[in-house]
Design a protein around this ligand. Structure first.
Ligand SMILES: [Zn+2]
Ligand SMILES: [Zn+2]
Ligand SMILES: [Zn+2]
Length: 297
C-alpha cells in the first residue's frame, strides 16, 4: 500500500537521523573519555546510518526499469551495496579487535563517568528508534529485521553503560575488552551478510534450493520425460531465476506451450522461481548432467 510505504520511509529516515546523532555524540564522547568502547559503539552507529542510506538508494535504483543493455535493470544493486557495506564492517570490526588488544596490553586512563553519560545517550536514542519502527514491524519483513537489529544496538549501548559503571568501580581492562567484544560481534554479523552476498554474486543457488531440486520439480510435471543442464540463481535476494533443458515426446508446438505454462507454475509455486527459461528438446542434446554447464568451460 502506498500510504504505508510513505510512513515506513519516514520512520526509516527518522531512525537514520537518530543513528547519525548517536554516532556524532559518541564520537565526541570517545575522545572526551578516551574510551575505545564508546568509539566502537559510535562506529557501529555510523555503519547503521550508512546501511540505511545505501538501502534507500538501492531500493530507488531497483525500481528503475530494465533497458536493452541492462536487461535485469538494477535489481542486483542491493547485493552490490550489501557486499561493499559488509566488507567495510569486517575491516571496522577487525580494527576494534586489534586496537582493543593493543590497549589491553598497554592500558590507558578512561573516564568512566563520561562513558556512562555518552553511552546512556546512545542507549536512549536506540530505544527510541526501536519504538519508532515497531508499528511497522508486524507487516514488513525489512522493518522487522531492522527493529531486531536496533534492539541488539540498544543492548550494545547498554553494555557500554555497564562498562562505564565497572570503570568507575575500578575494574581493570573493561574498556578494551568491551571493544574486542563489539569488534568480534561486528565481524560475525558482517561475515554472514558478506557470504550471502558473495553467494549471489557467484550466481550460486538461492538458500535451500539446488539444481537437483529444480530438476526433480520439473520431472514431476506431466509430459516431461527428462531434465538436464539446469541453472538456478538469484538476481536479487527476492528475485530468483532458473533455466533447464527439458526432453518431451515429439508433439505439436501448441502442446508444448501448455507444458511450459505448467512447468513455470510448478517452479513458481514449489521453488519460488520468478524467472524460468526452458529449452524444449525431443531428443537428448548430449549435455547430460543435471548441474553442469558445458558452454562455461
Ligand atoms: Zn547496529
Ligand atoms: Zn526475462
Ligand atoms: Zn539439452
Amino acid at each position: 500500500m502506498h500510504l504505508h510505504r510513505a510512513s515506513m520511509t519516514r520512520a526509516v529516515i527518522l531512525a537514520m537521523g537518530l543513528n547519525f546523532l548517536i554516532f556524532a555524540l559518541e564520537l565526541v564522547g570517545s575522545y572526551v573519555a578516551q574510551s575505545l568502547a564508546l568509539l566502537a559503539d559510535s562506529l557501529h552507529n555510523l555503519s547503521d546510518f550508512a546501511t540505511l542510506v545505501l538501502a534507500l538508494i538501492a531500493t530507488r535504483l531497483a525500481s528503475r526499469a530494465a533497458t536493452a543493455t541492462r536487461t535485469f535493470g538494477y535489481l542486483r544493486s542491493e547485493v552490490l551495496v550489501a557486499f561493499v557495506n559488509a566488507l567495510t564492517l569486517v575491516l571496522v570490526g577487525l580494527y576494534l579487535v586489534i586496537e582493543g588488544t593493543r590497549r589491553a596490553m598497554e592500558p590507558q586512563e578512561v573516564e568512566g563517568v563520561a562513558v556512562i553519560a555518552f553511552g546512556a545517550i546512545g542507549l536512549l536514542a536506540n530505544v527510541a528508534s526501536t519504538l519508532l519502527l515497531r508499528p511497522h514491524a508486524r507487516a514488513d519483513l525489512n522493518a522487522r529485521s531492522a527493529m531486531l537489529h536496533l534492539a541488539t544496538d540498544a543492548a550494545e549501548s547498554g553494555a557500554v553503560v555497564l562498562g562505564g559503571i565497572l570503570l568507575v568501580l575500578g575494574v581493570p581492562l573493561v574498556d578494551p575488552l568491551l571493544s574486542i567484544g563489539i569488534g568480534l560481534f561486528t565481524v560475525k554479523g558482517a561475515w554472514d551478510i558478506l557470504s550471502e552476498a558473495a553467494q549471489i554474486l557467484v550466481e550460486g543457488a538461492p538458500r535451500g534450493l539446488s539444481a537437483d531440486d529444480v530438476a526433480k520439480c520439473l520431472k514431476e510435471v506431466e509430459g516431461v520425460l527428462d531434465v538436464h543442464h539446469v541453472h538456478v540463481w538469484a538476481i536479487s535476494s527476492t528475485y530468483h531465476a532458473a533455466s533447464a533443458h527439458v526432453v518431451v515426446p515429439d508433439q505439436m508446438v501448441g502442446f508444448s506451450h501448455e507444458l511450459i505454462e505448467r512447468m513455470a507454475r510448478r517452479l513458481r509455486e514449489q521453488c519460488g522461481i520468478k524467472h524460468p527459461t526452458f529449452q524444449i528438446e525431443v531428443a537428448e542434446c548430449g549435455q547430460g548432467r543435471i548441474d553442469s554447464c558445458p558452454d562455461g568451460k
